[in-house]
Design a protein around this ligand. Structure first.
Ligand code: UD1
Ligand code: CA
Length: 476
């Protein structure tokens, strides 16, 4: 559909948000509000899009930089919606198809609805089609004034309306489909003789009628789709609807969501079928969860990929990680920038810091902290351990209380532990140090020199027993 373009109005400040951030960049289920209509327009089949920006134009530009189809038009002064569309004309110079007009603060419009409007526009032969809905409380919206034959003859803004007009319930959603030739001819001729002294886009309805062109309304049944967000209360309300929609789609695709009202899944997250998501879970960023996983209460997963059959227990935090299949992340574990291969078990209360890579069948137990390490297949560190700047081979057992002393106060140094090494409890590796394969480090050893393969390293003071010492102490 090369003949469809979109203009998205996003130059306003959004005073009622009372925010340092421009309104349309406030996040709604993980994506800036304005990204929602942009995506809806794209899915409706546009070939190009112009975002009209003004307030914090650079913030918006930066967000969409490199996004296919999206161009920008700067509206330096916000003189009204008509002026905003006129500002986009140059960016669509020579375009002769149909133009969709959307608002950056009407995020929940669905692509199906836009397609319905575009089809109706074609079918009725209108030059302008306005999306409308009926509201119980139409306050603040432009009212649709229809002629006897049902055509739309005028839109009147709340502030300009007579009491009789204000009583009408059919409102302008602020979303339109127009023929480019008519639209760009009309917007340059809009005046600002009205209650707000603004150039109202809605005046093009009257202009179409004056030119003998057809202007029709396309009604949308669900007012949620055309809900405008002006303050943070409405933002939260829109967020609730957005999440409902996301959760519903996932459920229909085979995901069990135990309590959708208490589950926070951002737009764009992918969840495989037969995965169960418990209440209080947050899935955000580019997150992909495989099939048959269980994500328990309050887990927070951001920008991460999980394979199939993973279990994430309550309160775990997983950020920017890649997990293979059947990985078990136990309660309260925190992991960031880590790569975790199949069938590993982590936690409870483990802390995997950036640069951790665990190969298959690794076990990291409670109160274990890792940073910049690789750990080979089948290796274990089951309790109370710090492993930083280390390469650990496969089938290594790291005893409880082991510490890699990686920092000398100036520089970081590496510890290398080769395959099949057994590290007893309470061992310190004063890096740099290398432990040859199949060696044994005795409990309590402070390792300061390399250990050759197949050896025993032991460094601890011989034990002295003083017979009857305690009794003598009492007799004194
Ligand atoms: C507008 C409509 C109203 C409709 C309502 C639906 C007009 C005159 N009125 O009113 O009929 O019922 O939307 O939500 O069009 N913007 C710019 N530049 C400007 C002014 C606005 O880019 O100079 C952008 C805003 O950032 C916003 C959108 O256009 O995203 C709508 O503007 P807003 O001022 O909120 O219009 P409403 O008063 O809501
Ligand atoms: Ca508005």
């Amino acid at each position: 559909m090369g003949d469809l373009a979109a203009i998205i109005l996003a130059a306003g400040k959004g005073t009622r948000m009372k925010s340092d951030l421009v309104k349309v960049m406030h996040p709604l289920a993980g994506a800036p509000m304005v990204a929602w209509p942009v995506e809806a327009a794209r899915q409706a089949g546009t070939s190009r899009m112009v975002l009209v920006v003004g307030h914090q134009a650079d913030t918006i530009r930066e967000h969409f930089a490199g996004t296919e189809q999206v161009a920008f038009a700067l509206q330096e002064e916000q003189l009204g919606t008509g002026h905003a569309v006129a500002s986009a004309a140059a960016a669509l110079g020579g375009f002769t198809g149909r133009v969709l007009i959307l608002c950056g603060d009407v995020p929940l419009i669905r692509p199906e609805t836009l397609r319905g409007m575009i089809d109706a526009h074609g079918a009725t032969g209108a030059a302008l089609t306005v999306l409308t809905t009926r509201l119980e409380n139409p306050f603040g919206y432009g009212r649709i004034i229809r002629g006897f034959d049902g055509r739309v003859i005028r839109i009147v803004e709340e502030k300009d309306a007579t009491p009789e007009e204000r009583g009408r319930r059919e409102v302008n959603a602020g979303i339109y489909c127009a023929d480019a030739a008519f639209l760009f001819g009309a917007v340059t001729r809009i005046g600002n003789d009205n209650a707000q002294g603004e150039y109202y886009l809605t005046d093009i309805v009257t202009m179409a009628n004056e030119q003998g062109l057809r202007c029709t309304a396309h009604a949308v049944a669900d007012p949620v789709e055309v809900m405008g967000v002006n303050d943070r209360a409405q933002l939260a309300e829109a967020g609730r609807f957005a999440r409902q929609r996301i959760n519903r789609e996932l459920m229909l695709d085979g995901v069990t969501i135990v309590d959708p009202a208490a589950t926070y899944i951002d737009r764009g997250a992918v969840v495989g079928r037969d995965t169960t998501v418990h209440p209080g879970v947050h899935l955000s960023g580019e997150t992909r969860i495989g099939e048959g996983c269980t994500i328990e209460q309050g887990a927070v997963i951001k920008g991460s990929t999980l394979g199939n059959g993973c279990v994430v227990e309550p309160g775990a935090v997983i950020r920017s990680c890649r997990l293979g299949s059947r990985v078990m992340v136990k309660a309260g574990s925190v992991m960031e920038d880590a790569i975790i291969h199949d069938q590993t078990a982590i936690g409870p209360m483990a802390h995997l810091r950036p640069g951790t890579e665990l190969m298959a069948h690794v076990k990291i137990g409670n109160f274990v902290e890792t940073k910049k390490i690789t750990m080979g297949e089948g290796s274990k560190a089951s309790h109370l351990t710090y492993l930083g700047d280390a390469s650990i081979g496969s089938n290594v057992n790291v005893g409880c209380g082991t510490i890699t002393c990686n920092y000398d106060g100036v520089r970081k140094h590496r510890t290398v532990i080769e395959d099949d090494v057994f590290v007893g409890s309470d061992v310190q590796f004063v890096a740099p140090v290398t432990i040859g394969r199949n060696s044994l480090i005795a409990a309590g050893t402070t390792v300061t020199r390399d250990v050759p393969p197949d050896s025993l390293a032991i460094a601890r003071a011989p034990q002295v027993n003083k017979d009857g010492w305690k009794l003598k102490q009492r007799d004194q």
